[in-house]
Design a protein around this ligand. Sequence first.
Ligand SMILES: Nc1ncnc2c1ncn2[C@@H]1O[C@H](COP(=O)(O)OP(=O)(O)OP(=O)(O)O)[C@@H](O)[C@H]1O
Ligand SMILES: [Mg+2]
Length: 243
Amino acid sequence: MPRPREEWKTYDDIFSRSTINSLIKLAQRHVFSHIIGKISMGKEAVVLSATSELYGLVAIKVYMINTCNFRRMYEYLSQDNRYLKLPKNRQKIIYNWAEREYKNLEIAYRSNARVPMPIVVLNNIIVMEFIGDRNKGIPAQLLKNIRLEGRARQVYEEIIENYKKIYNQGLVHGDLSEFNILLHEGKPIMIDFSQGTVEKSLNYLDLLKRDLEKISNYFSKYIDIDLEETARRIGVWDIVKNL
Ligand SMILES: Nc1ncnc2c1ncn2[C@@H]1O[C@H](COP(=O)(O)OP(=O)(O)OP(=O)(O)O)[C@@H](O)[C@H]1O
Ligand SMILES: [Mg+2]
């Protein structure tokens, strides 16, 4: 059963009134039933885990209206081909930001890449599949916290396969690194598509190059890999070498 309004009092310190109202709406729609706890608390977003009758466990990413750098969001959004007309209002920019991340996640999910299943976006809140041990409620670890050693080659290959899938659907991740890849049951899962963008956007190719550079640099600690090799595997070396 969704919580009555008073039960949300404990969240008053972290969330604004409008955010709590949106969370209540989602609970009323049975998207989730009870919040279990915080998975992560960043500068701009808090990620919660919650139970759900429909989906088992879910992850809820909440953008903090008061602490988001909405000017940076505006800059990024305004380069996106899908957001040519943007509101100037702080709250609306953040809603657009969350909506764009959700749309990116949908494209990635439909491409068959390993990413959390998108469930719903409402205002500044994204609900998606929880990645991790669903029985114990323990979230999967980030790649940055794992020593890959002998597994590095295989994990690299899988990331390339996944990236190829999203790229073939005209999407780039935009912030691909060991900070935005979870390792679950030995498989890499890309998360955090907040900076992702689509073909025809002004920064599409720059972000493509940045993604491939970052992932190549990370894996070059373990295996003999560089930007050229990574870009060739995705089939974009001819584009990337001239950037
Ligand atoms: N679906 C999920 N399942 C389990 N854990 C998740 C999920 N999504 C995010 N997390 C956890 O929450 C952390 C923060 O998520 P995410 O990277 O999306 O946001 P962020 O980096 O704080 O925000 P920003 O969008 O501003 O970059 C991740 O590093 C990961 O540990
Ligand atoms: Mg992140």
